[in-house]
Design a protein around this ligand. Structure first.
Ligand SMILES: [Zn+2]
Ligand SMILES: [Zn+2]
Length: 602
């Protein structure tokens, strides 16, 4: 057992320091400062700070100025406050996109206004016979398979959007309505390309092209994928002596597939798409300590911009998503912590303050930092993350990561003597925010969160709804915890949290199967890279390791996170599946016994 004496001395130091700082300035000052910072960051002129936009760049410049004013030194390797990185931000269409239909009737070139590649289309060409594959759904659980008895190998597949029961997003068909799913299924069945149209009988669904919007998974679907206006599908069926309306009716009425080869009807297509690269930045400030080690504090400053990607608003396009709680509040807290530490004087360990970019696109900034850390990861002893700390209600605060080091609980209990918050402890170090890459890399993490609310990821997440006094209480707690982490003599021990204590935080589509590999959402090359593996999980038992890139799951080729999600959705707990992962340039086969998803969900 370790002695507790150094901890007690430290606790006293925290109390004395907190009191002396509080006495220096009028009590309202921190509240006014954090409120002003939230207002500034979430104001409409920065347009929701989407990574890669001018608004995000201006926010980054402003944060650097605040860090400098607080007395922080530039922390990036080039002597500035900025660590730039690039990412794939959707696709751009080239001039060569083309679609033509030919067959027994005359060849018809489709006007460019009547078709469009989907955002996840692979570039490429196809010239092949067309197969009508209904809704493009192959769902064992629903006893429905548009591909049953159908050979689509090297064909162009025409499918309808939505499902035989319409376009209701809450229905059991929902996972199978996703265009990603339809494209992946067509590719797995051997198709060369896919064209989707909206059927004439689908109620309310308008005959529109799918907008070319950025998509969370950065890898493409592996085949050219187009959306087209209804007349394109009608042309294909007419040339085969049928009609789109009749074909859809045959399926919908009996809820039975009615797929068919459109004999003699050919499609020629060219998908001229290229990934669009954007650049954004992490903002890094430093307060040097006496020793060589460091404690890192992070908060992402980016948000959803003008939508639609990531938005929960039913018609988000063009609306400013202010992101006052998510995560202007965390950045305001980060800056307030920087001011307090600057005023407190040097600690034993350095403090590194990082405002991360591109969190909303998949923790891209924190993942980049972990791969390019300053200082080295071996010198960082712990990471604290503030994401959504502006909605404190009834003084209740969620504290995550307390299982990632035995030191946290004592630090937190001590630090909470001032603010007196009602703490809800969570062991796990994973979760959908910037601390997860640090935990995956083997660091103790500490994450505070004031909870979900109805304005989350909506344009209504505005500054006037932020509880600034509550935010200061969160800062009070975080300051005490970080002070202990910065001064405690012995290095914080790291512990992996058992899988059954890791909570499932991301929205599930109802798939129950569990593997336990932690996907790296910043992966841009084909495959799914795992940044880590949950202890005791099926993945760990199978020999999967952090850094492995999954390229095959059973018979399914895996090019991106969607492929993996859908492949899991087709399996049951207890199934034995052979995975192929790329490890140091070699294909390594691993056999995994699928588990069922542990823990509760929130
Ligand atoms: Zn966030
Ligand atoms: Zn968010």
């Amino acid at each position: 057992m370790r002695r507790t004496a150094p901890g007690a001395r430290l606790a006293l130091a925290i109390l004395v320091l907190s009191r002396s700082l509080a006495a220096e300035s009028p009590k309202s000052a921190p509240v006014d400062r954090v409120r002003a910072d939230v207002v500034r960051l979430s104001a409409a002129d920065w347009q929701g700070r989407r990574a890669g936009t001018e608004g995000a760049d201006r926010a980054a410049e402003w944060i650097a100025q605040q860090m400098k004013a607080a007395g922080l030194q530039p922390g990036a390797p080039d002597g500035t406050f900025f660590q730039a990185f690039s990412f794939i931000d959707g696709v751009v269409l080239g001039p060569g996109n083309a679609l033509a239909v030919s067959g027994p009737g005359p060849r018809r070139d489709i006007a460019v206004a009547d078709f469009r590649p989907l955002a996840f289309s692979a570039p490429g060409t196809a010239s092949a016979e067309v197969v009508f594959a209904g809704y493009g759904i192959s769902a064992k659980d629903l006893a429905y398979d548009d591909y049953e008895g159908l050979d689509v190998r090297d064909k162009v597949v025409l499918v309808l959007r939505y499902s035989p029961e319409g376009d209701v997003p809450q229905s059991r068909w929902a996972p199978f309505m996703a265009l990603r799913y339809k494209a992946q299924t067509a590719r797995d069945k051997g198709a060369r390309a896919i064209v989707v149209v909206t059927g004439p009988n689908t109620a309310h669904a308008r005959d529109e092209l799918v907008p070319l919007r950025a998509d969370a998974a950065l890898a493409d679907a592996g085949i050219p994928a187009f959306s087209a206006r209804r007349q394109v599908g009608e042309e294909m069926l007419r040339q085969a002596g049928d009609s789109l309306e009749a074909a859809q009716k045959r399926i919908d009425e009996g809820k039975k597939p009615a797929s068919k080869v459109l004999a003699g009807v050919r499609a020629e297509l060219v998908a001229d798409v290229a990934p669009k690269r954007s650049t954004t930045r992490n903002v890094i400030g430093l307060l040097p300590g006496r020793g060589s080690e460091a404690v890192l504090v992070g908060a992402h400053y980016d948000h959803l911009g003008l939508g639609p990607f990531g938005s929960l608003d039913p018609s988000p396009d063009g609306k400013v998503h202010h992101g006052a709680d998510d995560n202007a509040s965390g950045v305001a807290g980060l800056l307030e912590l920087a001011r307090r530490f600057a005023a407190a004087g040097p600690r034993e360990r350095s403090l590194v303050f990082v405002a991360f970019g591109a969190e909303e696109l998949g923790a891209l900034g924190s993942s980049h930092f972990v791969k390019n850390p300053v200082p080295g990861l071996d010198r960082i002893v712990a990471m604290a993350n503030l994401d959504m700390v502006g909605r404190l209600r009834e003084d209740a605060l969620d504290v995550h990561g307390v299982g990632t080091s035995p030191a946290w609980r004592a630090f937190v209990d001590e630090a909470n003597r001032g603010p007196g918050l009602k703490l809800r402890f969570h062991e796990g170090g994973y979760g959908p925010s910037d601390h997860a890459p640090f935990y995956a890399a083997g660091l103790p993490v500490f994450f505070v969160f004031t909870g979900a609310h109805e304005d989350y990821h909506r344009p209504t997440d505005t500054a006037d709804r932020v509880n600034a006094a509550g935010l200061v209480k969160v800062v009070d707690l975080a300051f005490g915890v970080l002070l202990a982490a910065a001064d405690v003599p012995q290095r914080l021990a790291f512990t992996r949290v058992p899988a059954d204590k890791e909570e499932q935080q991301t929205g599930s589509r109802g798939f129950r199967v569990w593997v336990g590999g932690i996907p790296d959402y910043s992966q841009q090359d084909p495959g799914v890279r795992f940044s880590g593996v949950s202890p005791g999980s099926p993945a760990e038992k199978a020999g999967l390791r952090g850094g492995d890139v999954l390229v095959k799951f059973g018979e399914k080729e895996i090019r991106n996170i969607y492929d993996y999600t859908y492949a899991l959705g087709e399996r049951k707990p207890g199934d034995l599946v052979t995975l192929v992962v790329k490890r140091e340039g070699k294909d390594v086969p691993l056999v995994v016994t699928l588990g069922s998803r542990p823990g509760g969900s929130r």
